[in-house]
Design a protein around this ligand. Sequence first.
Ligand code: FAD
Length: 395
Amino acid sequence: SLEKVDVVVIGAGAAGLMCAINAGYRGRSVAVVDMGKKTGRKIIISGGGRCNFTNQHAEPSNYLCSNPHFVKSALSRYTQYDFIDMVERHGVEYHHKTLGQLFCDDSAHNIVDMLLTECDWAGVGIHLQSEVHKVSKTDDGYIVTTNGKDFQCQSLVVASGGLTMPKLGATPIGYKIAEQFGLNVLPTCAALVPFTLHDQDKQRFDGLSGISVDSIVTSEDGTSFRENILFTHRGLSGPAILQISSFWQAGQVVSINLIPDYDLEQRLQDIRQESPQRALKTALSHLLPKRLIERLYDANELPDKPMNQLTHQEYKDIANYFHNWQIKPNGTEGYRTAEVTLGGVDTDELSSKTMESKKAPGLYFIGEVADVTGWLGGYNFQWAWSSGWAAGQVA
Ligand code: FAD
């Protein structure tokens, strides 16, 4: 059967629901189609089940995009404060965790419930278990073919997300639609994702799983983040590692300052003054996790001497070792565990004000399917809200 509506939105995730709400309030008839059994599945699992729904400090510099100016318009027209207003109007309790990150007190379900309430008020129709197979052009719009109904619409909004977490229904449909209409799609890869290690490093760090160290992690392009790194049984994770993964390319090294708060050389010299006979290993074990120091000694990476037998050069080398700890990842864990997808629909093809395609009138791309990737910390949802809102004003 064929249903006629003004707007079809592909994807009942963060961006799609936000767009549908705003189009609905403008009096447009809106159908959201999603292959899943539930709406907002990524919202529900996000932020450890509490959804880090935005960041107080969100601004364009927190996003990767081949055109860094592209995000400015939408982010400034629908800001984190606009979203926080909605959260407060719905009585959703939230808290600030760290670095501007806002989380629900209770559960990420609060955010989905809020969006569904708004969809209801805006008269949005939601069609679940409807996988989009095909899109075709008509004289004045589009036909969307799903495994259930078909839909005819004037405006088609693609909010099908990226490729991460295939178990939650990630498909390349958005990229395929873009290509079908002649839009450029930039190569994609997994981001905000843990690193895997080469075999020799896996052995080197065997048994360290669970240890986390407050660090500054720097990629070869000079980008750096200060947060925890976490040793896992598969490799390296933790917020600082996830952040830097977006800036890392295969074959590159990341350097990790394991002691970001003070000059290690100076500290070790002070310790030598007080306790010249103390073993370097003992001194280091008080400054860093003991298990890590033990592993590094097992791997013969540090001199096994008392403090008063170390040369000046050795002091310098040891300090440099910990301030510039070099790791060459083998790769990343990939789309299976990544939080986001880098790349996607080239933003040069889209209006930064409305997200409409320049080549195909009435066709919009919002959220993660576009080549916009936020840092870890609520920035990706903010992009979904802002871009969804922008398209919802006009679609
Ligand atoms: P999605 O939310 O991915 O929605 C796309 C929808 O399209 C899906 O429901 C999918 O079923 C549907 N779809 C795809 N193909 C088809 C098809 N062929 N037919 C029909 N429907 C289709 N970001 C933050 O800002 N804060 C966080 O705390 C956070 N935590 C995260 C935790 C995890 C584990 C993951 C994986 C991601 C997290 N993110 C977080 C990132 C954030 O979830 C995404 O950036 C955001 O969900 C993107 O929204 P979207 O609407 O563009 O796409």
